[in-house]
Design a protein around this ligand. Sequence first.
Ligand code: ACO
Length: 454
Amino acid sequence: MVEETKKITEMILDAAQKAREETSNEPEPELTRPLQWPIQATIGPGLEGAIACESKIGYVNGSKGWLIYRGYDIFDLCAYSTFEEVSYLLLMGKLPTAAELEEFKLKLINYRFLNQTLRMLMSSPVESMNTMSALRLGTLLTRRLITLLDLEDGSPTPADYINSDEDSIPMETAPIGELHAIYEFKHRSDDMDDTEACFHLIAGLSTITAAISRIRQGRMPLEPNPKLSHAANLLYMITGREPTAVEERVMDIALILHADHGMNASTFAAMVVASTLSDIYFSVGAGIAALNGPLHGGANEQVVRTLIEIGDERNVKSWVEKSLASKGKIMGFGHRVYKTYDPRARVLGVLAKHLAETNESIKPLFNTAQALEKEVGTQIGTKKKIFPNVDFFSGIVYSCLGIAPEMFTPIFAVSRVSGWTARVLEYLENNRIFRPRAMYTGEFNKGYIPLDQR
Ligand code: ACO
């Protein structure tokens, strides 16, 4: 098995080499620098070109195909790091020492136990809910007990919350005593450390996502297994089986790849909410809501549905022609920033190939994906600089890991919560409420017409 995971590292390093070669002629990017506010920028629709803030967290370069977290290249992080280490890096600004990493991992292990949250969540019809709305609900329920903000409103008291007996929650496995996370997020003016709430969310989203998946399968949630890594435990809580070393490694890499990506729509949504000094749970809830859309995180689920719809790879050409003729967007292709191959798709592409080779039921899907990539490349790729994005291969990878399509976007959130929380914390250091303008193109001076005269 060590050989197998070593092979994955080699595949990633090969992909990195290929990426560097293909973009070697692209000009070196104009690297970042501190800004003198106010700045001048040319802004397109959808705020394209607008600079919302300064950040030291991550950098995306669309022509070189670079994705960098805190100075580290994404290919290196995929080859050598883990999701726990990357989350620490994004939040704390540096790679942890061995002792810091152990302490961080222990916190995540403890915070994964969310029995009260799950109990409250399970009072909703989770099995028939949209999985992202269930995740959002679960995330907001994680903001449990009481906050000082609530107290200031004079409204809820702890007694208003469902005061559950954690051990009475229907679980397939026995609860593991003392490890239940009890955490109370407090108002920012309190001396409590906001970073702790971020750890709570990073750990908690995996538990909620896995529980949603289990409930949808007509099963009960599983208790987290404290002996497993974040990636392995996620797969275990979803499938009920401890993953192989390869499955764990692949899940870990997928989580690393999705952890942060500049000022994308969901990160921006999370930051806008945080900028009002709402709290981090609401903020992450907003990120989840934005990620749900098919133009953003929701695309990976659509990709697999598209591949199933296309069926045989021989149907690809006519399907693409028809789709382009109707001006449809082909899911899993194109990106606002990348005008070259998305480095995340490069890594996920080789992982998908590797897993599909030994998975007879997924192999035809992967073959269709390869044919689709080629055909889109021929028809619009070079002309419009449209390449596969992160969502193109992730669905195939997740399918090989036994994850159902409706869980793909929640899995994305399980990873991206690291980036959301890191960027929110960073922004709050010099917070200014987001308040862009709209150009009014409506009318003026209209006389009010009473209802009975309209
Ligand atoms: N299929 C077909 N044509 C496309 C696609 C696509 N997937 N993406 C872009 N194009 C075309 C556009 O129609 C446009 O053509 P035109 O110049 O003839 O009008 C041209 O390429 C430029 O595209 P824009 O729409 O300007 O790109 P924009 O930056 O606004 O959108 C987006 C980026 C939303 C990701 C878009 O490419 C898209 O809808 N892709 C499909 C959905 C998807 O995969 N989303 C996941 C993105 S990754 C992520 O969010 C995690």
